[in-house]
Ligand binder design. Structure first.
Ligand SMILES: Nc1ncnc2c1ncn2[C@@H]1O[C@H](COP(=O)(O)OP(=O)(O)O)[C@@H](O)[C@H]1O
Ligand SMILES: [Mg+2]
Length: 592
């Protein structure tokens, strides 16, 4: 006997689908997307006043839906409209935002009830979706009865209003600023789509960060009005840059007016700029297709210089401020090492390091730290200064000589870093040989690693090596040693200045597998340090690691094989070498 079976869809699917948004504001954006797709020009959102039980109302003047469209298009779950109607809207040829045919359920995450009233072609139709009713229906989706009505209306009316009532009490009250911020990042560039939240138009001032406005009269072009924001970087800006508007119409794509090709502003900061310039004086210089400004326009050249100056100044201020905050810790270390240099060398060294920090701005702290230590190592060598002196002397000599010296200097900066990196690779290679030799003893590896702490990730400083517990405690803790291991010697004791934590390392022969006994020994040392050198991590480094250790690892203990250690260090050096060849982050604009 054969028969067919079929899926049954539990109505709760609807509420599940609506629950995949991070916040009420994100969910509301889904309804705004629907208005965009309906070619609306104006959309108004009214949020309830605090502590009230007023509804949220989202109202648009788009094409609206007829009775038939409400039934067949709106209520169809997971229908892909782009497959049916293409990915441009009919009237305004906008890129369609709707994707999965489930956006409408966003409303059900926020509210118990969702009423949709839509006007199109002389009919006003409405329906009411109720979350409780859906969740209480145990049978199939199709069995849910949705109240629906339709009557005549003025044929000139069009648009849709969604009313969300009995808001979900588990969610915090919707926030107008947050909503505007989310919306402006996505829709701020659209000229024919105005969004108001609680009666207030969404503008680029809603971007969280700093906002700037400048009014200026330029000799060739007349008045320009420039406004832009530098976002705080927490949310990515969709189409960064500054767009030129002539008679209210944007010309071409947003740009950075050449600042993206100059070195003094890191791309990470540039990517957070969002703004526009009203420059009606360029009207005669717009190309026929309204897509660009004539390249050799005198007025445009003037505007470009003006914008560059203003933007550079504000970006540099922002950058300096943040930069000092972010790099405060690294700077402390730098200052310490710079203090050890002869005084006449310090200013140069300082400038070099600033350049490096700037170039790698936005990279993670540990990576920056590793490149900084490499550069500091280079700066401590004499050859570097020969070239600097050359430049200094050249200033009094011929222009050509000076230029050559500068070039050498620029290259040298990289050559030294490169040399350092190369010597690290050589060291890793010999370390590889050392560990594959069964006769190698832990003392040999101990020595190499102690003198090349960068192998451990470049953030540790030596506290003690191979000293007795008694000595360590009495020297570093200024305390009398009371434990039982007075004459025992922990291998290495390190301190991470950045994180204020200690690291105790025990080395084993490369032919030995680390086991529980090794761990116990190290733990005993740690116990003896008590609370004074706390927190303290333990690394046990050996030829291999017993499986059971990894399975049940102890708190704050890492078991590392020499092969792993070398692998990690190699990855770091590889990164370094690569960053020398290519800039750390290239600026790619996401264009609409
Ligand atoms: N505000 C609106 N105005 C006109 N039509 C709408 C509106 N909201 C939804 N619709 C219609 O309902 C359909 C389903 O919407 P939705 O569930 O958000 O899925 P999607 O947007 O992915 O198609 C849309 O494709 C559109 O045809
Ligand atoms: Mg949608």
């Amino acid at each position: 006997m054969s028969e067919t079976v079929s899926f049954a869809v539990d109505p709760r699917l609807a509420t599940l689908l609506g629950e995949s948004y991070r916040s009420t504001e994100q969910a509301l954006k889904e309804l705004v997307d629907n208005a965009w797709d309906a070619d609306a020009e104006n959309i108004g959102i009214t949020l309830p006043t605090e502590m009230s039980d007023e509804p949220i109302i989202v109202s648009d003047d788009g094409t609206g839906m007829t009775e038939e469209e409400l039934r067949s298009e709106y209520l169809k779950v997971a229908r892909d409209r782009r497959q049916l109607k293409g990915d441009r809207t009919l009237g305004k040829r906008r890129q369609v935002r709707g994707r999965r045919g489930i956006g409408k359920f966003a409303g059900l995450m926020i509210a118990e009830q969702m009423e949709v009233v839509s006007r199109a072609r002389g009919r006003v139709s409405s329906l009411l979706i109720d979350r409780t009713q859906i969740n209480a229906t145990s049978s199939d989706f199709e069995a849910i009865e949705i109240p629906f009505s339709s009557t005549n209306c003025d044929p000139s009316q069009h648009g849709t209003t969604v009313k969300l009532s009995h808001l979900n009490r588990r969610l915090s009250h919707p926030n107008a600023e947050k909503l505007r911020r989310i919306l402006v990042l996505d829709y701020g560039r659209a000229t024919d789509f105005k969004i108001t939240v609680n009666g207030q138009l969404t503008t680029l001032h809603d971007i969280s960060g700093e906002a700037f406005s400048f009014d200026q009269s330029l000799p060739a072009m007349g008045n320009v009005k420039m406004s832009f924001a530098i976002s705080d970087g927490k949310h990515s800006v969709k189409h960064p840059g500054i767009v030129i508007k002539v008679s209210g119409k944007p010309i071409g794509e947003p740009s950075f007016f050449g600042l993206d090709k100059q070195e003094d502003i890191p791309p990470q900061v540039l990517k957070r700029v969002y703004g526009e310039i009203e420059a009606d004086g360029l009207l005669d210089d717009v190309t026929a297709d309204w897509g660009a400004i004539v390249e050799n326009s005198v007025a445009y050249g003037e505007l470009e210089r003006y914008v560059q100056d203003v933007l550079r100044e504000e970006l540099q201020k922002t950058f300096k401020r943040e930069f000092n905050l972010v790099h405060a810790r690294i700077k402390q270390q730098i200052d310490k090492r710079l203090a050890a240099l002869p005084e006449h060398r310090r200013p140069f060294a300082h400038a070099q390091l600033e350049k490096i920090l700037q170039r790698f701005y936005g990279e993670n702290e540990e990576k920056i730290q590793s490149i900084v230590t490499v550069v500091l190592d280079a700066l401590e060598r004499d050859e570097y200064w020969v070239v600097l002196r050359e430049i200094h002397n050249a200033e009094h000599g011929s222009v050509q000589h000076f230029a050559d010296a500068l070039t050498a200097f620029g290259l040298l900066e990289l050559v030294f870093v490169g040399k350092q990196a190369k010597s690290r690779i050589d060291l890793l290679d010999s370390l590889d040989k050392l560990i594959s030799n069964s006769a190698t003893l832990e003392q040999q590896l101990h020595q190499v690693i102690e003198h090349n702490l960068w192998l451990l990730g470049s953030r540790y400083a030596l506290v003690s090596s191979n000293r007795t517990m008694k000595t360590v405690v009495e020297t570093y803790m200024q305390e009398h040693y009371k434990g039982k291991n007075a004459s025992k010697r922990p291998d290495l004791l390190l301190l991470s200045e950045m994180h204020g934590e200690h690291l105790l390392i025990e080395f084993k022969r490369p032919s030995k597998t680390i086991d529980r006994d090794d761990e116990a020994q190290a733990q005993k040392y740690r116990d003896d340090f008590g609370t004074k050198l706390h927190p303290m991590k333990i690394w046990l480094i050996g030829g291999a690691v017993e499986k059971s250790l990894r399975l049940n690892s102890a708190n704050q203990v890492e078991y590392i094989s020499y092969t792993d250690l070398i692998g990690r260090a190699r990855a770091e050096v590889d990164w370094l070498m690569k960053s020398l060849v290519e800039p750390p982050s290239t600026l790619k604009l996401a264009l609409p």
